[in-house]
Ligand binder design. Structure first.
Ligand SMILES: [Zn+2]
Length: 327
């Protein structure tokens, strides 16, 4: 079997609660084509697989017209993913009927290509380590702030998945032992306090206690915009969010003593002031020795990180398996 050459390409799928993002790229991180379609998350497993099949078919057609040969598929999904088998473990709250979905089995039998699947936050972390904000670092914590809070952990260049592939769920670290219940079944998780929906909920509660009207559409962009204008309710939501995140990240720093922490996801787009405020809080919770030299930075690859990470995963493991077969 030949090893990867320039013409070899890889497919990256990034499954989310709203969109399935997909791209065609090479092992060096170049993206040739990308697109997104509804992920059908609320319609259930069969519809989600239909979206995936359509995405891969589109990419194979694109590859053919660009003289690229697709060698493997990488796929990121929310939830715990059995990396050895390419299958979801148990339920995922935002995807209906996605329990135990056999991503590798379904995609490889249809397209006759090798398939690797991993947790979406792990792939965002992989992309940022390889091509983005954490390039060149070996001890990395990545957090995605959005509808949920995802985590990815690199220890000495290696993605840490846990003994049964369910680790690195930083979003489900409890920061209040008697706090509010979380979607995961836990209590007081950072996701229940500092995710985008949690910020929105807290903002609406604060508005309803004030004389201010509650706008029809409230999202985190609005909260940040109002804070910029000096509105106390919005400022206090952001202060609290940074405080929660700082406490969680401080714990993570104490446990992992990373070199760098990368914050991505939609909420991180709020800007550098937000990141600086999280860092200020983090310093209150982390021990001096663990905190020394640590950097807290914004992710660089934005919305593309999941797809780029999925392509990198497919390229890495394709090369590994090709090398193994040559031995
Ligand atoms: Zn939780």
């Amino acid at each position: 079997m030949e090893l990867t050459s320039l013409k070899d390409a890889f497919i990256g799928l990034d499954l989310g609660g709203t969109f399935l993002k997909y791209a065609l790229g090479t092992a060096d991180g170049t993206i040739f084509y990308k697109n997104k379609i509804p992920s059908n998350a609320k319609k259930g497993g069969a519809a989600i697989f239909s979206a995936m099949f359509a995405a891969v078919a589109d990419l194979l057609k694109q590859a053919e017209s660009s003289n690229l040969k697709v060698k493997a598929i990488g796929c990121g999904s929310p939830g715990a993913v059995d990396f050895d088998r390419g299958k979801i473990i148990g339920n995922t709250p935002n995807l209906r009927d996605w329990a135990d979905a056999d991503i590798r089995g379904r995609l490889s039998s249809r397209f006759h290509l090798p398939v690797w699947a991993d947790n979406d936050a792990n792939l965002m972390a992989l992309a940022e380590c390889r091509y983005g904000a954490a390039k060149g670092y070996r001890y990395v914590i990545a957090l995605t702030l959005g509808t949920g809070i995802g985590g990815g952990i690199f220890i000495g260049d290696e993605l840490y998945r846990g003994a049964r592939f369910a680790g690195s769920e930083i979003g489900h670290m409890s920061i209040k032992y008697d706090g509010i219940p979380c979607n995961c079944g836990g209590i007081g998780c950072i996701e229940a306090y500092a995710s985008a929906p949690a910020m929105v909920k807290s903002y609406i509660e604060k508005l309803s206690r004030s004389d201010l009207p509650i706008p029809k559409t409230v999202n985190t962009e609005l909260v940040f915009a109002q804070a910029q204008q000096g509105q106390m309710e919005a400022i206090s939501v952001i202060d609290e969010t940074c405080h929660y995140l700082g406490a969680a990240i401080g714990n993570v720093v104490n446990i992992f003593n990373p070199e760098i922490i990368v914050i991505g996801g939609g909420v991180a787009d709020a800007g550098d002031q937000f990141i600086a405020q999280i860092w200020q809080q983090t310093q209150k919770y982390a021990m001096a020795a663990a905190l020394r030299g640590v950097k807290l930075v914004r992710a660089q690859l934005g919305n593309n990180a999941g797809m780029i990470g999925a392509i990198a995963l497919a390229a890495d493991y394709y090369k590994l398996s090709a090398a193994k077969q040559q031995e």
